[in-house]
Design a protein around this ligand. Structure first.
Ligand code: NAD
Ligand code: TYD
Length: 354
């Protein structure tokens, strides 16, 4: 079996659902269930004996030691993290706590477990760390896309904490020989995305008749990948990745934010037109920019394609349509994640930016 951390979050849950749909191998899913973790996303697995959910912290060494000893996983995949840049600006400590200290403690527990394995299991074992392209910093309009050779130049508390975790993972390989793999992926979108991030926020705000808050001039560029393509890349790297190496994951879909928002509005105009017949575009509102806002991210995913034969299955057009349709079909999931804590966050963030 495999042990997944953060498997009740956006990408982790998509990964667990896909994994169990495609393989007979069981999953132990450890998640702290912060505001971003949501067991409702995993509701379809309630009666699946191949899914064992455990609520807990990656920094709880005693718990991790116990889970590893009990379940004897052949791999640990670390998705658990604090992941929202705006939250990291308001409160960076949680990011250092989970992304840095938590990853360190997880690595130490895994190292202890791995050291005691029989030679064959020891050789087959993998620790896969899920990271972000944001560790490379910001590109100008004309810079080439990030390759695995780019320098780490993180600019936000979030990306700095992820960069620190990547360095720890690297060091545990070089110093202790831990068989690690790291993936650095661009912005994901798709089902079960918490509506604090750009795409789901725009969909839910549009439908609720609320403003669509675009930071600064809206010309910041992100490189979008449909979440299921990220999951297939992780499976590929887990199967065939070279130990100690990093793999960039991206969908060759660079787009300025304002174009994303306009696309979401156009799809909603088509699929769920406003009662007054006007366009959702009329709800777009430019607000104060994010401090230190990175201008452009772009991923060069050639290494993953060349060495492991991975390619995304979705284009941006197919993926964004599926995503908008998913949100239209899952109004109850959206309602349920918009808890009191979510409303407090939206008030704090967007009143300050207005
Ligand atoms: P998310 O915020 O939706 O989910 C994170 C999950 O981790 C939540 O379920 C949360 O409860 C859990 N968690 C948080 N702290 C924990 C702790 N201390 N112990 C155990 N569980 C904890 O994040 P996501 O978007 O699913 O991102 C998953 C991973 O992928 C992160 O490591 C993130 O840095 C990385 N990543 C995300 C993107 C993206 O666009 N979302 C892109 C590239 C990489
Ligand atoms: P986000 O989804 O927070 O991802 P990240 O900051 O990790 O790239 O934001 C994506 C882009 O959208 C980013 O450039 C910030 C911008 N943005 C807005 O313009 N308005 C918003 O309300 C949000 C949440 C993001």
């Amino acid at each position: 079996m495999i042990l997944v951390t953060g498997g009740a979050g956006f990408i982790g849950a998509n990964f667990v659902l896909d994994w169990l749909a495609q393989s007979g191998e069981a999953v132990v899913n450890l998640d702290k269930l912060t505001y971003a973790g949501n067991l409702e996303t995993l509701a379809s697995l309630k009666d699946d004996p191949k899914h064992v959910f455990v609520q807990g912290d990656i920094g709880d060494s005693e718990l991790i030691d116990r889970l590893l000893a009990e379940h004897q996983p052949r791999a640990v995949l670390n998705f658990a993290a604090e992941s929202h840049v705006d939250r990291s600006i308001h409160g960076p400590e949680d990011f250092v706590h989970t992304n840095v200290l938590g990853t360190f403690r997880l690595l130490e527990s895994v190292r202890g477990y791995w050291s005691g394995l029989a030679p064959e299991s020891k050789q087959a074992f993998r620790f896969l760390h899920v990271s972000t392209d944001e560790v490379y910093g910001s590109l100008s309009a004309t810079d080439p896309a990030f390759t695995e050779e780019n320098k780490y130049e993180p600019n936000s508390p979030y990306s700095a904490s992820k960069a620190a975790s990547d360095h720890l993972v690297r060091a545990w390989h070089h110093t202790y020989g831990l068989p690690v793999l790291t993936t650095n992926c661009s912005n994901n979108y798709g089902p079960f995305h918490f509506p604090e991030k750009l795409i789901p926020l725009m969909i839910v705000n549009a439908l609720a008749g609320k403003p669509l808050p675009v930071y600064g001039d809206g010309m910041q560029v992100r490189d979008w990948l449909y979440v299921k393509d990220h999951c297939s890349a992780i499976r590929r790297v887990l199967e065939g990745g070279k130990l100690g190496e990093t793999y960039n994951v991206g969908g060759w879909n660079e787009k300025p934010n304002i174009e994303i928002v306009n696309t979401v509005c156009a799809l909603l105009d088509e699929l769920r037109p406003r009662a007054d017949g006007r366009s959702y575009r009329e709800q777009i509102t430019y607000v104060t920019d994010r401090p230190g806002h990175d201008r452009r991210y772009a991923i060069d995913a050639h290494k993953l394609e060349r060495e492991l034969g991975w390619k995304p299955a979705e284009t941006f057009d197919t993926g964004i349509r599926k995503t908008v349709e998913w949100y239209l079909d899952h109004a109850e999931w959206v309602r349920n994640v918009q808890s009191g804590a979510y409303r407090d966050w939206v008030k704090k963030q967007y009143e300050a930016a207005a």
